[in-house]
Design a protein around this ligand. Structure first.
Ligand SMILES: Nc1ncnc2c1ncn2[C@@H]1O[C@H](COP(=O)(O)OP(=O)(O)OP(=O)(O)O)[C@@H](O)[C@H]1O
Length: 597
């Protein structure tokens, strides 16, 4: 569980129980059968919305095709009842398994796609299944009437029975969503949504987590579809695989609030009654009025509250309130973690003459441009190596190849003898390569502590051990007192130190720092240098790209100079900055004049 999650979870569960009791109480008083049906549909669409939110809301990949899971669930119940006389309870369970399996098949080819390409590809799956089920002759599958045992066959004479089951279903889906949101799972998904590359560079296997989210989401949507079949008693491809089904799932979440358990509930509670009531009153005059309601809802929400009602209301509520007190002290977290965290945050430098990082003949081209050209160097344990060179020399590309953001065209690199080239970004991080970026990659909506926790999770830590590692990393960079602050509110210095802490929480053996001092004032620069020196004193090995030469001269043990992708010079800092070729290619005549005075 995430730090500080328990009180929030308790409060949310109590609120959920109160709302469920209120809903059941109010619906008990309703007698009109159409409105009873509407009151059954509200929780069902909330469940579908929750399932959509579990994937698209947290991961950030918009799905236009959740009808595929819903439809498979509906057909699972209808067909298993017809073929094998199975109770819908079993049919719903089978549907959930089918939905989860479908998620794996859908996720495998589509996770390569980004943004609207992913969204459009998802649209194809329910459309394909719609025609497949029509072709197979399942245009209209009725559920056999079984009135003898209403609870077993989910065929109630009192329509309120359906509402009770629907509320139970939404409570389960909410429980699952709350558990996800307050756990490592949810935090990891939110990090992937806010900055996938940063999450990967922190050791998170984004593909695997996305797949887990889609499997869970598919299973829940299918369960909702299964119960929907029990209410309608007839399943047709258009009703369950149709575009309106996916649109409804998406709309209730966008309207209520994306990335929160309450969003789908709010969206469903407002939009379903609105659409159904208008349909009942005006359906004869304006056929398809529901589609109009959902379309208008999307337009309105995009204009007035783009993140949904929940976030707009919450942000207004919180505006002007004082930021919460610091979440924890590192010492407390350490005590909590007990024996769970045995390894130190900065591993002692090995007593060996062998290099920690070896790079041999590394090359990377973009079309005809050789950004990194046959680069070789090594870094000793505990050393700080400065990579310098003019703009466009290939420094960042070198880092990108070293930590797996880009594949190398040629050459190899080893970390403590283990090959790292050819491995994936998160795998290289797990081997012990921590990275910060030239343009800071934070998770802006998450607190500082949560940002750094991602680094600990990426290293495979969980629970108290992860919290302790994150708190210790924040303490090392001097940010523990701001642990509860959202990263989006940090200054440039704060963000750069946060990235450093996130890399440290993953217990790296080697840190790759890309222009960590960029944009900092003199005093801020000194503060960050002090943090880096302390890390070096503890044995951390660092490779740092930096243009601020006066800082580099005070920090680095050795320089490698890159120019046009090639190593131009290498050696002790003083010798390198007095090298004529380096002065001509990078430092300039002003530097020479300054050195000679
Ligand atoms: N994804 C890319 N696609 C095409 N060209 C790229 C890409 N990334 C970098 N380049 C080019 O490769 C060269 C090296 O870029 P790189 O960012 O590695 O240089 P750098 O030394 O880090 O520069 P700076 O000091 O300005 O950050 C540049 O000419 C750049 O335009």
């Amino acid at each position: 569980m995430r730090p500080g999650a328990l009180p929030r979870l308790r409060r949310d569960i109590l609120l959920l129980i109160a709302l469920a009791a209120l809903y059941l109480g109010v619906s008990r008083m309703v007698e009109n059968s159409y409105y009873l049906l509407m009151l059954t549909l509200v929780p069902i669409w909330a469940v579908v919305g929750l399932s959509w939110n579990l994937f698209s809301g947290y991961v950030g990949l918009i799905s236009f095709g959740h009808a595929v899971f819903f439809g498979l669930g509906a057909y699972s119940v209808a067909l298993t009842m017809n073929w094998w006389d199975l109770t819908p309870w079993l049919g719903i369970a089978i549907g959930a398994v089918v939905g989860a399996a479908a998620a794996v098949f859908i996720g495998m080819p589509t996770f390569r796609l980004r943004g609207h390409y992913f969204a459009l590809s998802m649209l194809a799956f329910p459309l394909v299944l719609l025609y497949v089920f029509q072709y197979l002759g399942y245009q209209e599958v009725s559920l056999p009437m079984k009135r003898e045992d209403p609870l077993l066959w989910l065929q109630f004479t009192d329509p309120w029975g359906y509402i009770v089951v629907a509320v139970a279903l939404v409570a389960i889906a909410m429980g699952i969503s709350m558990a996800v949101e307050n756990s490592r799972f949810g935090l990891t998904l939110m990090a992937i949504r806010q900055n996938e590359l940063a999450a990967e560079a922190s050791g998170i296997d984004a593909w695997r987590w996305k797949m887990r989210a889609l499997v869970l989401s598919g299973a829940i949507a299918a369960a909702a579809g299964g119960f929907y079949a029990c209410i309608l008693l007839v399943v047709t491809p258009e009703a369950v695989f149709g575009v309106l089904t996916s649109a409804q799932a998406l709309t209730v979440v966008l309207f209520g609030g994306v990335g929160t358990v309450w969003g789908p509930l709010i969206g469903s509670a407002i939009l379903i009654p609105l659409a159904e009531t208008l349909h009942a009153e005006l359906g004869n005059i304006i056929p398809g009025i529901q589609g109009v309601v959902y379309g208008l809802a999307i337009i309105l929400i995009m204009l007035l509250a783009p993140e949904g009602i929940f976030w707009t209301v919450r942000d207004r509520w919180l505006r002007g309130q004082v930021a919460p007190a610091p979440a924890l002290r590192a010492a407390d977290a350490d005590a909590d973690a007990g024996a769970a965290r045995a390894e130190p945050l900065v591993p002692p430098a090995p007593h060996t003459a062998a290099p920690l990082l070896e790079v041999e003949g590394l090359s990377k081209s973009f079309g005809g441009l050789r950004a990194v050209d046959d680069v070789s160097f090594h870094v000793a344990p505990g050393e700080i190596l400065g990579i310098i060179g003019p703009n466009g020399a290939g420094k960042t590309t070198l880092f990108n190849v070293l930590n797996g953001v880009l594949p190398a065209d040629a050459g190899h690199a080893w970390l403590a003898g283990e090959p790292i080239t050819g491995r994936k970004l998160h795998a290289i991080c797990r081997l012990g390569v921590g990275r910060t970026f030239q343009v800071v990659r934070s998770f802006p909506r998450l607190s500082l502590l949560d940002n750094v926790l991602i680094g600990a999770y990426g290293a495979g830590l969980t629970g108290e051990a992860a919290t302790a590692a994150a708190a210790e990393a924040l303490e090392r960079v001097g940010l523990l007192h701001q642990a509860a602050q959202p990263a989006g509110q940090l200054t440039n210095k704060g963000l750069r130190l946060m990235e450093l802490a996130r890399a440290l929480a993953g217990r790296p053996r080697l840190l790759l720092l890309d222009e960590t001092l960029a944009g900092l004032g003199h005093e801020e620069c000194d503060e960050v240098l002090e943090v880096l020196r302390r890390l070096r004193a503890e044995g951390m090995t660092i490779v740092i790209i930096e243009h601020t030469m006066h800082a580099m001269l005070r920090l680095a043990d050795r320089f490698v100079v890159l120019d046009h992708g090639k190593v131009l010079a290498e050696g002790a800092p003083r010798a390198v900055v007095e090298d004529r070729s380096v002065i001509e290619a990078y430092l300039g005549k002003k530097w020479l004049a300054r050195c000679s005075t």
